[in-house]
Design a protein around this ligand. Structure first.
Ligand code: NDP
Length: 332
């Protein structure tokens, strides 16, 4: 059996070109004991993948040039030589960016059986959803009534973060670019602020207008001007959960930091980065609490779906121009 997969043959500079991504085919060897073969149905593309293209170890190993790229995926077991899985089982694993995956069974997990579409386990009930929960509750220690600011607020992580923050009772402000995201945020009762076409000073003024008393929590997904504007609008004792800095991922030279870091001192704020996989022990509880809430429709989650394996690079690159509302996915 053959597997079609995407790879890269060089490390990109800046925003990757579409031509960076090569679609290749390889013959899969016979299944070994302890392995499963999966027909992938849904593939996730995520901003962190950009960092793995640089050839540098960060908190995760870089992609290997010429080898299949990796990422979260769900699919159906079509062959198994492991007693944990049988043909027809639905699984989640990290052998994405390809149609047929062959992997050790221990690297796959069965999908829970909440009444939700399977791709929800890549978004609202997967890594992004867990990230939103961990960032607010474990890192930022969100308290009842806190005023919360979220950047990239209409994306996979941000759109759950704003709903969790909203349920907590304070003022919630979401920064986003795409007009559909801004509209969705307003419909959630979140004050939406566009960053597009605004300097850091203008964004700072817009945040002040949206929440004059300032923020107890800043859920940071973007960096750059969003961070600078947020720092100007902190309350005393604010907590900043640094989840991501997507505005910096395609930089090919170090960027200047915000000129107002002294606001951390002035507001006696705490700023902490985190990687969700260091907190993965919360995932089972998260999924048990939110599985039923997603199934009942209480949680409003969105997806942007590209069709077909060939569309993977466009889906991935679309993350950097805000093409996605909610989770960016590819359906095979
Ligand atoms: P999203 O679904 O939010 O997609 C990315 C969004 O970011 C885009 O839709 C776009 O929306 C916005 N964006 C892109 N470029 C810029 C820019 N230059 N300035 C401002 N906004 C921009 O992605 P995820 O929800 O998957 O991830 C959100 C963040 O969380 C990322 O930084 C990611 O790296 C991080 N993350 C961190 C994890 C961790 O463990 N720490 C785990 C998972 C994600 P718009 O229309 O608003 O421009």
């Amino acid at each position: 059996m053959q597997s079609r997969y995407f790879t890269i043959h060089e490390h990109p500079q800046g925003l990757p070109a579409r031509e960076l991504f090569a679609l290749e085919t390889r013959e899969l060897g016979p299944l070994e004991d302890g392995e499963i073969r999966v027909r992938n149905a849904w593939l996730s593309v995520d901003p962190y993948m950009r960092g793995r293209m640089d050839g540098v170890t960060t908190y995760i190993e870089p992609f290997t040039l010429g080898e299949p790229l990796e990422g979260a995926a769900t699919g159906e077991v079509i062959e198994s030589r492991d007693e944990r899985f049988k043909q027809g089982d639905k699984v989640r694993h990290m052998a994405g960016w390809r149609d047929i995956a062959q992997l050790p069974a221990e690297q796959a997990e069965p999908l829970p059986d909440f009444d939700v579409p399977e791709q929800a386990y890549l978004g609202v009930l997967g890594m992004p959803g867990t990230t939103a929960w961990v960032g607010l509750n474990v890192i930022a220690n969100m308290q009842d009534g806190d005023n919360v600011l979220v950047s990239a607020a209409g994306g996979a992580v941000g759109s759950l973060a704003v709903q969790l923050a909203k349920a907590n009772g304070g003022t919630v402000v979401g920064i986003a670019g795409d007009p559909k995201k801004l509209e969705w945020l307003e419909a959630q009762g979140v004050k939406a602020v566009s960053y597009r076409g605004k300097s850091a000073a203008e964004l700072s003024a817009a945040l002040k207008e949206a929440c004059p008393e300032g923020f107890d929590v800043y859920y940071e997904n973007v960096g750059g001007d969003c961070l600078e504007a947020a720092l100007n609008n902190l309350r005393v004792g604010a907590r900043i959960a640094v989840c991501g800095m997507i505005a910096r991922y395609n930089d090919d030279a170090p960027a200047a930091g915000p000129g107002n870091l002294a606001m951390i001192l002035i507001r006696r704020a705490r700023m902490q980065g985190f990687i969700v996989f260091d907190h993965w022990q919360h995932h089972p509880d998260f999924i048990n609490e939110f599985g039923p809430r997603v199934a009942s429709g209480e949680i409003d989650y969105r997806e942007t779906v590209h069709q077909g394996l060939e569309s993977l690079p466009d889906a991935f690159l679309g993350l950097f121009s805000g093409d996605n509302q909610g989770k960016m996915l590819v359906k095979l």
